[in-house]
Structures are given as C-alpha cells and as structure tokens.
Ligand binder design. Structure first.
Ligand SMILES: Cc1ncc(C[n+]2csc(CCOP(=O)(O)OP(=O)(O)O)c2C)c(N)n1
Ligand SMILES: [Mg+2]
Length: 644
C-alpha cells in the first residue's frame, strides 16, 4: 500500500477529532472511529457523491452509520468535508442541545441521513432507501442511481433485523447497496467468539450478496478498489473490513476497553505519540482543512455536469380530491375497518405516486394490496406492492428508509405483531417520519385464532409512544377521516388499529368531527346527560345500543367516539370540554384492550370496560360477550356508577 503524508495526516485528523471529542465529553465510543478513519477518508474523497452546501441534493449518495455508537466518526468527517458542523459543535459532543448528540439524529444535523443507535436499524433503513432510489429511477426521468453506503458492526449483524433485511435486499438484487462490515471481532462483553461464530461471508453469499472479504482496514487503496468492484456488481455488496478497534491506542486497541468510554488523558497522550500526531486537542492543521476543501470543490465542479434532478419528487401530495371522493362513496352497511383501509389505500395509491407498501406476508388479511399496481421484484421497481415476507421488524425499518427518501410507506401486519417491529415504529416517531402502520385484527374480536393472536396491551402501549398517532376508527367514514388526518400530519407516523370483523357503517350519524380525534356521536352536545359512554372502534356500536337501552330506563347518556387520543389532545380546551364536559363526571370507557390509561378521560368517577387478561380461542362475538363487551354489561355498569 502506498499512502502519502497528507493522506495519513487527514486520516489522523478524523481519528483525533473523534478521540478528542469523546475525551472532552468523557463519554462516547472512540474505538470504532479510530479504526474506521481510513475508510471514511477514502469513501468521502473517492466515492461518495455529496455536496455539503446542498445536503438534500437529490443526486447524492447516502451514507448511514448503522453502528450509531461510532457517531464521533460521522461528525468528524462531516466537519472536515464542510458540512454545517463547526469545531465548536464538535467540542459540544453529547452536550445539551448540541447538534452532535450521542447517536446520530436525523433532522438535527445536516448530513445525517438516518437516526441510528439501536443496532440493526440502519442496516434495514438502507434497504428502504435503495428500493426508493430504484423506484424513483423507474417512474421518473431520473437517470442516475444513488448508492446507499453503510457501516455495519458486529452488533448490527448479530441483530436479527439485519438477517431479515439482508435477505430481502438479496432477493431484490439491490445492487445500489454497498455496506462495510467493521469486522473487529469485539463487542462490549469481549471477543465475538463468545457468541458469534457464524461464517459471515457464507451467510451473505447465501442471501445473494456480493461479498468482498479480507480487506485490511488501514489499506485505503484496497478499500477503494473493493468499492469499485462493489459498484460493478449486480448484487448488494458487503465489504468485510478487517479492523482493530481503537487502532493506535497502545493499551486498549484490539480490546473491548476501546469500545465505549473515553480513552483517558494518559492513553490519549500515548496514542498521539504512537501515531505521530503532534497537534493539541481539536487542533487540525491548516493543510488538512485545505486538502479536504480542495477535493470537495473538485468533486462538486465535476457534479455540475450531472443532470439536475433537484426538483424531482414522487408525486402529488395534495390528497383533498381523493378524500372528497372517499367521503362521498357508498359502502356496505356492515364492513370491517380493515376493508375500509384497503379501499382508502387503493384510492390514494391510484391518485399519487407517493405511496408504496405492503405487508409481512399478510396482504390478503391486512387489505394492503394495491390492485391497480404491480408487485415490486428484482426486475420491476415501478410497482407499489412490496412483499416483505414474514419479516415485521425489517418491514418497519425499511419503511423508515422509504420515508427518509420522500415516499409515504404503508406497512401491514396484525396488531399483535406490532411488538415485533416496535423499535422501528419508535424510530419513525423519533425521526418524525410519516409511515402508515396498518395493524389489523385489532382485538379479541378476531376470534378463533386465540390468545396468541389477540392483542391486549398493544393498542394502549402504542399510545404511550410520543409523536405517534394511534387511530382506532369505528366505521368507514371515521376510517376515511383518520387517514386524512394521518396524511395531514407529515411529521408523524400513524398506527391504525383495524377490525377483522364487520362493523356497522354509521350512515345515520354525523361522523365528520371524527377528524378532531373525539366527538359526540350521539346525544345533544349542549345537554348535561347522566353519563358519557366513550367508545373506540368496534365498541362504538355497543355504546350506541347501550344508549338506547339506558334511555328506556330514564338514564340519559351521550356517546363519544374517540378514534384518536392524540388528535383530540391537540384540540383547544373549549372543544375538549364540550365533548367531555367537566360537569358530567359519570363516564365509562369501552374498548377491547388494556384499560390502564383510560383514567385520563374517565376521571375518578369513571369506570372502564376493557380486557386486562389474555383472551381465548372462540368465535369473536362469543369471546367479546364473555369478556364483558355487551350492551347488558354497559347498562349494568352505568346503573352501578349512578347509584354511587
Ligand atoms: C439494539 C441494541 N442493543 C444493544 C445496544 C447497546 N450496544 C451498543 S454497541 C454494542 C455492541 C458493540 O459491538 P459492535 O457492534 O461490534 O461495535 P464495536 O464495539 O466493534 O464498535 C451494544 C450491545 C444497542 N446500541 N442497540
Ligand atoms: Mg465489533
């Protein structure tokens, strides 16, 4: 390998910026950045298409640091290549309100393409981005393909989600993926030999990847050549870098001690000596800055010859016409809300190219197949229908990658299996990504499949997540309104809890205010009734029936349908008080899910009809009735409350 002095200096600049920021913060992960500095240098200099002045430029390649703990590496290279990260920002690494937080956060720092840290997520985000790039190429005049680069660590490859995502990437022949595996054989508890003995090259070959093994992590020439080879492959590529964690640290390199804590002043001094770095902390020599500036400028003048794809977008994002049509459509008197969702997704996907999605092998059950379009496969990326296979977790993270590319993905599975992709849903919420999670079979009402498939805690637990809209509509019209609200909230993911079983269409009622999250569906809003029945989804019909029964025994009630807590909470106080007046303290919530949390709306005088134990296998109507979801139970509980 030949390497010039200035190249060595640039690599050491990346390395020592990382070491110094971790040392100053006295927290962070120096080891991986120290050994990956050569890769970062050669990737940014010779391969990555980027423009620090236009971080959102459509022609750019994307780089995802799946091993998000190595954030110091990313901040160092972004600083040196001219992104909006100053040396002061670097000095504020991991501090309150800095743009250099512990793990990279999308939207906070220019040049950070995805929020990473939970290992494995970034790996799968990249698969979504690669699909989006291919889709954009196939449906528009865009002629260049973005390459998605990522650094993945031992931990990333140990996580199951990387297997799910790699398998899909291989099946779809995503040749625009080039991942670097930081094979340092160390994770937090020590040698990876403790638990991770598989043959990674064979594993990825069997997924259909192009594997380039045994690339010495310090050899920038070999790294560069391997990237060239990867670009020529018509499969996704995994370049396996043999690295030594904490490269250059005399006492910590090659051990887990270099992973996740500052090296310590003494060790930093020894490392400086060993690597011949005679500059003080955060002191980057001017010839290094100049070298970076020159190659960035040179690259950018070459880009000027590239076609300008700046204004490409996937399509129309004004959905008002589609919703007008949907609101005026007639549907059956009794129809499941999963079927309603299917009607809506089909219409939206016909009207706009922004949508893409599918399910984890449950398209028929979740009604997520778009009939007017084709299935995405390795030869065709113009379709809308993604087949994720039975891989919920990767589906969530791939959806985040699609959303990060400007699309509106929908992802379907049973509500019960939302737990399998919960961390990806969380990252949609944290990253403010508009992903539509279509979660059907939303209660014990699904019936015979039994307790393994009957969600109890899932609905309420999704409501716990900040920045996630959770919708549980009662009928077709509410479902339409809920989708409309979901699409207006472009910086929030939405989870739709939808029934398997049919529910009556509320044609005799005015459901238009369901767009406010909760509204008085039946009863005079200006009257103080004896009791409020608050229902969601399939239980709203029960509340309406119970209201009629209560009337017969001279108990007045109002029925509040509450398809979305979060949207209701956003309304002004006077609206909220008009729906749930403080003067009516007798309240019952009726929802076929965990009751913890309903106290917020029913107050001290209220009561909940819900389910706080596992369900059981029986026809849906029977199990619902047995668990207390009956008109009779609502009436009895109402009487009991009023007698108190
Ligand atoms: C899902 C998940 N589980 C656990 C962690 C905590 N964690 C951070 S890094 C790491 C493993 C470190 O090993 P490796 O990925 O090989 O990184 P290296 O030490 O080589 O930099 C773990 C368990 C995490 N970030 N994400
Ligand atoms: Mg490792």
């Amino acid at each position: 390998m030949t390497i010039t002095d200035i190249e060595k200096k640039c690599i050491n600049a990346i390395r020592f910026l990382s070491i110094d920021m971790v040392q100053k913060a006295n927290s962070g992960h120096p080891g991986a950045p120290m050994s990956l500095a050569p890769l970062a240098f050669v990737l940014w200099r010779d391969h990555l298409v980027f423009n620090p002045k236009k971080p959102e430029w459509a022609n750019r390649d994307k780089f995802i640091l799946s091993a998000g703990h190595a954030s110091a590496l990313l901040y160092s290279i972004l600083h040196l290549t001219g992104y909006k990260i100053s040396i002061d920002d670097i000095k504020k690494f991991r501090q309150h309100e800095s743009i250099t937080p512990g793990h990279p956060e999308y939207g906070l720092t220019e040049g950070v393409e995805a929020t990473t840290g939970p290992l494995g997520q970034g790996f799968a985000n990249g698969v979504g981005m690669a699909i989006a790039s291919k889709r954009l190429q196939s449906i528009s005049s865009k002629d260049n393909q973005n390459i998605i680069y990522s650094i993945v660590s031992d931990g990333d490859l140990m996580e199951g989600i990387s297997s799910e995502a790699a398998s899909i990437a291989g099946a779809l022949k995503l040749d625009n993926i080039i991942y670097f595996y930081d094979s340092n054989k160390i994770s937090i508890e020590g040698s990876t030999d403790l638990t991770f003995k598989e043959d990674v090259p064979k594993r990825f070959e069997s997924y259909g990847w192009n594997v380039i093994d045994n690339v010495e992590g310090e050899d920038i020439e070999k790294i560069s050549k391997s990237i060239d080879l990867a670009k020529d492959s018509d499969h996704p590529s995994l370049i396996i870098l043999k690295t030594k964690i904490g490269y250059g640290s005399p006492n910590k390199s090659g051990t887990e001690k270099a992973h996740g804590e500052a090296l310590g002043e003494d060790e930093v001094a020894l490392t400086r000596k060993k690597l011949n770095w005679n500059h003080g902390s955060f002191d980057i020599p001017s010839d290094v800055y100049k070298y970076f500036e020159e190659f960035v400028n040179k690259k950018n003048s070459r880009y000027e010859a590239m076609p300008n794809n700046n204004n490409i977008d996937f399509g129309n994002n004004d959905f008002s016409k589609s919703f007008e049509y949907l609101k005026e459509s007639n549907v059956k008197e009794n129809i499941s809300t999963r079927d309603c969702s299917g009607i809506i997704l089909n219409k939206l996907s016909e009207d706009s190219d922004l949508f893409i999605g599918g399910s984890a092998d449950l398209a028929g059950s979740t009604k997520t197949y778009i009939n007017s379009s084709s299935s995405i496969n390795s030869d065709n990326f113009s379709g809308i229908n993604m087949h994720y296979g039975v891989r919920e977790h990767a589906m969530g993270a791939i959806s985040n990658g699609l959303a990060l590319s400007g699309l509106i993905p929908f992802a379907g599975t049973f509500l019960i299996f939302s737990d399998y992709m919960r961390n990806s849903i969380r990252l949609s919420a944290l990253s403010e990504l508009q992903v539509l999670y279509i979660l059907t079979h939303d209660s014990i009402g699904l019936g015979e499949d039994g307790p393994t498939h009957q969600p109890i805690s899932q609905l309420m637990s999704l409501r716990l997540m900040p920045n996630l809209l959770v919708f549980r509509p009662a009928d077709y019209f509410e479902t339409v309104n809920c989708f409309h609200e979901a699409l207006k909230n472009t910086n929030k993911p939405s989870a739709f809890a939808l029934t398997r079983q049919g529910v009556p269409t509320l044609t005799q009622y005015d459901t238009s205010e369901s767009s406010k999250g909760a509204y008085v569906l039946s009863g005079d809003i200006n009257e103080d009734q004896d009791i409020i029945l608050i229902g969601t989804g399939s239980e709203v019909q029960l509340c309406i029936k119970a209201q009629k029964e209560l009337e017969k025994i001279n108990i007045s009630s109002r029925v509040v349908s509450m398809p979305c807590w979060e949207i209701f909470d956003m309304q002004n106080e006077s609206y909220k008080n008009s729906v749930l007046p403080s003067s009516i303290k007798n309240r019952i919530s009726v929802e076929a899910g965990a009751t913890l949390g309903w106290q917020k709306y029913i107050g001290d005088n209220g009561a909940s009809i819900g389910i706080d134990e596992f369900g059981s296998s029986a026809p849906g109507d029977i199990i619902l009735e047995k668990k207390g979801f009956s008109v009779e139970n609502i009436v009895n509980l109402s009487k009991k409350i009023l007698e108190r």
